[in-house]
Design a protein around this ligand. Sequence first.
Ligand SMILES: NC(=O)c1ccc[n+]([C@@H]2O[C@H](COP(=O)([O-])OP(=O)(O)OC[C@H]3O[C@@H](n4cnc5c(N)ncnc54)[C@H](O)[C@@H]3O)[C@@H](O)[C@H]2O)c1
Length: 411
Amino acid sequence: MRIGIVGLGYVGLPLAVAFVEAGHDVVGVDVEARVVDALRRGKSHVEDVSDETLRGVADRFQASTRYADLAKVDAAIVAVPTPLTRNREPDLQPLLASGSALAGVLQEGQLVVLESTTYPGTTRERFVPLLEESGLAAGRDFYMAFSPERIDPGRTDFNLRNTPKIVGGLTDKCRRRAVRLYELVCDDVVAVSTPEAAELTKLLENIFRSVNIALVNELAILCDRMGIDVWEVVEAAATKPYGFMSFKPGPGMGGHCLPVDPFYLAWRAREFDMQTEFVELAGEVNQHMPYFCAERIARALNEQAKPVKGSRVAIMGVSYKPGVGDLRESPALRIIRLLREQGANVSYHDDFVPELPELGLRSEWPEEADCVVIVTAHPSLDVERLVRDAGLVVDFRGATRGIEAPNLVRL
Ligand SMILES: NC(=O)c1ccc[n+]([C@@H]2O[C@H](COP(=O)([O-])OP(=O)(O)OC[C@H]3O[C@@H](n4cnc5c(N)ncnc54)[C@H](O)[C@@H]3O)[C@@H](O)[C@H]2O)c1
């Protein structure tokens, strides 16, 4: 088959590679000329796709900035960003732009699948009308489905092949076409009745994580006051073989998904006279975590008779999670800003992020810091060395569990 992928980021690029590796030809379209140029030179900007992998698929993968190159594909999958505006409302601009551009090249018989995470109703009410400006009718002249992406960047045990894929078609035929498409690259395709059910499935998954992380974060703050080790409590609760699922506390949520997606549902729910209180409350608790962390660092310094102002604080790990360099919504950036506002002299170290130009910082190993803070524990982080060498270590990830030392403070 010939497959088109619109948006060659964390979601689109691995998807493109998967289809090529399954023996198909892929045209990838992205509006960023810089991204397309790099891909053409065999340079990947996504950790899950190595340069070597990219070179291995070069014969059958064409990257382009031109939607016209999609005219001959059998199916086009759209994986463009779905961020929030400054007022935390859905920003469908990239999604709508891709729909309009696709309409200009859409051909009879093509299948279009939207993968971008969004609120229920987007596919039918916002995307399809744009595509129909082509003069073709959805379900009759072309086929339309929604299929949420479940990729977890940096993860190796679950991938596109062995993670069940949800598909909701506009009509029965749309669904069947989309199921056949994903069966090329996924072992298990799960059909649901409508695009709306598929859209909401993805949001339920992310809200479930957001709410549970908020719960355990709230507990971590309480444990801090009570002098109880939250990590020990979570680990002990996880020995229950049923009815409990373990979530870890931390400095707050980052990435493109968890801090953003739940608000797509909250926004949509207001149209139905509903306040999604779990969503809002979880967002509130998780957004508060960097503030709690900055305050905890100040307290740890105070215990050593040092003020925040003028202290050298080194942040270990600034990406939002281990093993990737993704900085989107990363709580580390918020913690750095809060500490700077209080006059701290902040540096950072991150193997995946060589520099933070907007903060005027370059990654460096902390040599003489007053306080070293573990915000994201990349797999390569030598925790024992840190605790041995640093005057004070504050650990927000439980990376130092098993180590007890007078200079160590753990969330
Ligand atoms: N990153 C994840 O872990 C993840 C997981 C599941 C779902 N998702 C969802 O998948 C979608 C894509 O996320 P991502 O992380 O791949 O984003 P990304 O920013 O990494 O990649 C999106 C790409 O789309 C391109 N783009 C923007 N507007 C475009 C347009 N009009 N036409 C063509 N290309 C355009 C951008 O230049 C960018 O390269 C989002 O809705 C996200 O919520 C992401």
